[in-house]
Ligand binder design. Sequence first.
Ligand SMILES: Cc1cc2nc3c(=O)[nH]c(=O)nc-3n(C[C@H](O)[C@H](O)[C@H](O)COP(=O)(O)O)c2cc1C
Length: 204
Amino acid sequence: MNNSEPGFYNNKDLILDEIWALLTKGVTDRSEDFRLPVVVLNSHSGPDARIVVLRGAFQERNTLRFHTDIRSEKIEFIKNNNEIYFLFYNKERKIQVRAAGNATIHYKNKTTEEAWKKTQVISRKCYLASNAPGTRSEIPTSGIPEQYEGKNVPIEESEVGYENFSIIESKIHTFEWLYLASKGHRRAKIKLTDHGSEATWVTP
Ligand SMILES: Cc1cc2nc3c(=O)[nH]c(=O)nc-3n(C[C@H](O)[C@H](O)[C@H](O)COP(=O)(O)O)c2cc1C
C-alpha cells in the first residue's frame, strides 16, 4: 500500500471514525476547519445558510450541537421544519462532510443550564443584545448595550444573557463524505441509526 494513502481510501469501515475525529477536534480546536460549519435550514421561502461554531459532537448519540439566540429567525424555521444540514470542509485533509439530521431546540433546561455555566463571558456577550437578531435599525449597531461596547462584561452582569441562550441539538441520520485525492477521489454515504451504521461507496 502507498504510505501517503490514508487507511480509509479503500476501507469504508474507517470513514465514520475519521468523520467523528474531525468533528470532535472542531469542538475544542479553534484552528480546526470543522469548527465552523455552514448550517442550512428551511426558511419560509427556501434554503437558508449561515455559519455557526460547532459546540458539541457526540458520536454515541449521533448528535451535533451549536448555540444560538432564542430570538433568532432560525428558531422559527426549526419549529416549522426541523430538517437541518451541516457542511464541513477540512482544506488540509481535503475532506468534505455533509451531514443531514433533525434539530431539537433546548431552552431553559438542564442542557442549557450546564452549557451556560461553561460559556465564557466573551461568548455570553452576544446574548446581551437588547433587540432580537435581525431587528432593523436606523443606525449601524452591534445590538450590545452601550455600556458594554468594546468592554469586558462583569460575569454577574452577563447572567441576564441566559434569557436569550438556546442550544440546537441535531440528531444526524446521514453523512456524505468526500475525499479529494489526485490519484482519484473517494465518496461514501453513511446511514446512521441508534444501532449502528452502514457505509456505501458512491462515485465521486
Ligand atoms: C465565524 C462565525 C461564527 C458564528 N457562530 C454562530 C453561532 O455559533 N451561533 C449563531 O447563532 N450564529 C453564529 N454566527 C452568525 C450566523 O452566521 C448568523 O449571521 C446569525 O446567527 C443570524 O442568522 P439567522 O438569520 O439564522 O438568525 C456566526 C458567524 C460567523 C461568521
